[in-house]
Every structure is written in C-alpha cells, then in structure tokens.
Design a protein around this ligand. Structure first.
Ligand code: THU
Length: 131
C-alpha cells in the first residue's frame, strides 16, 4: 500500500474518534484528499431528530468546501476494524455534485477497496439534467 493511502487510513481512523454517534453507536470517519494533497477529515454527527444526522463523508466535504477547497481526488471511509462500509446514497449524490471524478476508498482498517464514484452512482442526476 502506498504512503498516501496509509495516511488516509490513519486520518479516517483518527476522525472516527470524534464521531458523535450517541443514537446509533455506529462511528464513522472520513478523509477527503484534495488535489494539493491536503486531507480534510469528517465524522458522523447525529441528532435526536434522527433525520438531521450528517454522515462523515458529507461533514468532510462541507468542511472542505467551506474552507475553499474544491478539487478532490479521493475520499476514504472507515467505520469498524475488519469491516468495509460503503457511502450512503445521499453522500454519493453530494460527492457527485462537487467531485464526480473522485475515487471512493473503503477501508477495514488494514486493506482498501477502491471504486470510482461514477461506478457507485451510475446514471447520476446532475446539472445537465436541469438544462
Ligand atoms: N454513516 C456515515 O457516517 N457514513 C456512511 O457511509 C454510512 C452511515 C453514519 C450515519 C449514522 O450516524 C450512522 O452511520 C448509522 O447509520
């Protein structure tokens, strides 16, 4: 595994530690990599009004956009040692809106599985649908 992937896994694991998951107890961390090799992390933030919960991926993306980053190469997601998790539909859509060419890296804490977002969200709705 290359050094960048090791760094991304470490960052996603670290971000998971800040997860606010008191309702589901399911902690998730994400590490978004920008084109200039900056890592922006996120964790899931849950609400007592469950539908307001924000996934780790969307926290990372909105943090990054709000800090002026808008070119991304990958997002790494970690939830549990030994388990791979895949981003939910809402996260896929928001990532597609801002980073359609991004690679999605799922890690179980040791190994990675990597997919282009376009493969995970075929026939995506985007700006062109509104022309
Ligand atoms: N969650 C994420 O943060 N990312 C995912 O990819 C899947 C789900 C969160 C949302 C909620 O806080 C908890 O995991 C259980 O669904």
């Amino acid at each position: 595994m290359n050094a960048t992937k090791e760094r991304l896994i470490g960052a996603a694991k670290q971000a998971r530690k800040f997860s606010q998951a008191k309702y589901s107890r399911f902690k998730v961390g994400a590490a978004l990599l920008t084109n200039d090799n900056t890592i922006i992390t996120g964790c899931n933030v849950e609400s007592s009004s469950y539908g307001l919960t924000i996934c780790a991926e969307r926290v990372a993306l909105t943090k990054a956009l709000s800090e002026g980053y808008n070119q991304f190469t990958s997002i790494t997601i970690f939830a549990k040692d030994g388990h791979f998790i895949s981003p939910c539909g809402a996260c896929r859509q928001l990532l597609f809106d801002y980073a359609p060419d991004i690679q999605v890296i799922m890690t179980d804490g040791h190994e990675v599985k990597e997919y282009p977002l376009k493969e995970l969200l075929p026939l995506a709705f985007d700006d062109s649908n509104m022309d």
